[in-house]
Design a protein around this ligand. Structure first.
Ligand code: G
Ligand code: G
Ligand code: MN
Ligand code: NA
Length: 259
């Protein structure tokens, strides 16, 4: 209860920040995009983990204004990079199920894009399988509207929820994100390797992009490139950083030397 009262103040008191984690194109070693990751810096408690406060934000409905704020911040950051002469092709923003149920979601997002001048094709929204599963009809309608506007959709943590392969047909999707629980052991575990390869192949055959999450080791990256995985994200490539601390061109020249 204490924490949810504090969360009410967090937005107004400017305690929320967005970190950005680069997503790297494995073919070119270029920046494919960044994922926006919300952070809460509480004056007394220090950094509160998203796993603790995002469920609270969902329960209290605060995720609606907070989610809108994250989207606006992410669009502004894309503009800031552009003004600094750096290219970030897309920004991915996590969407929670409560936002999905908000009937104003699409118009809010369209409003933020119009207000910041970001082309819809540069925004990707990440949803989880459980969001899709909780109300498939609603999900189909909302994703359809987002897609018609030109926004792309990623399934986050793919393979860990109640995923059914029928979803891949039913919903207009653009990206599958292979959960880091699979990627973590692709070098040691034949089953995890098989699942990861299968998701990569599935995505390619369906014309979807695939992002391997949680890449921490060179050996994992080597396998993913061998398997023709389109994109990767993880501490090996880049940690989540504040927008102002990310120099995309320096990141790239560093990666090309290192990998
Ligand atoms: O940032 P971190 O790597 O700790 O993320 C933990 C979890 O919080 C992830 O599941 C991530 O998807 C989620 N998350 C991070 N930022 C946001 C956000 O802005 N909105 C929502 N709904 N979830 C987020
Ligand atoms: O569920 P989602 O994919 O949105 O979660 C993103 C979370 O994954 C963030 O909290 C981010 O900090 C974390 N993350 C990103 N890269 C790595 C990694 O290489 N290893 C681990 N353990 N976590 C990572
Ligand atoms: Mn995500
Ligand atoms: Na994930």
């Amino acid at each position: 209860l204490f924490l949810s009262q504090e969360l009410v103040n967090a937005l107004a008191m400017n305690q929320l920040r967005v970190a950005y984690q680069p997503i790297i194109c494995l073919g070119t070693l270029g920046v494919a995009g960044v994922e926006a990751l919300l952070r809460w810096q509480h004056p007394d408690l220090g950094e509160v983990a998203p796993d603790r406060f995002i469920p609270l934000a969902e329960d209290t409905g605060l995720i609606i204004p907070i989610g809108e704020w994250v989207l606006r911040e992410a669009c502004r950051q894309l503009l800031a990079w552009e003004e600094a002469g750096q290219c970030c092709p897309r920004v991915s923003v996590n969407l929670s199920v409560a936002q999905f149920r908000d009937s104003n979601l699409v118009s809010r997002i369209v409003g933020i894009l119009a207000e910041t001048g970001i082309p819809p094709g540069r925004l990707c929204l990440e949803v989880t399988e459980s969001t899709l599963a909780s109300d498939p009809e609603l999900a189909q309608e909302v994703l359809g509207s987002l897609r018609r506007v030109g926004i792309s959709i990623a399934v986050d943590d793919f393979g860990t929820g109640y995923s059914s392969l029928a979803y891949l047909r039913q919903f207009p999707l653009d990206v599958l994100k292979v959960d880091r629980r699979f990627v973590a052991r692709i070098e040691e575990d034949g089953d995890d390797a098989a699942i990861t390869r299968a998701v990569i192949t599935l995505a390619r055959e369906l014309g979807l992009k695939v992002v391997a999450e949680g890449v921490e080791k060179n050996g994992q990256l080597r396998l993913l490139r061998q398997w023709a995985c389109s994109e990767a994200q993880g501490f090996l490539l880049a940690r989540p950083l504040w927008g102002k601390d990310i120099d995309l061109s320096r990141l790239l020249s560093g990666l090309r030397k290192r990998l």
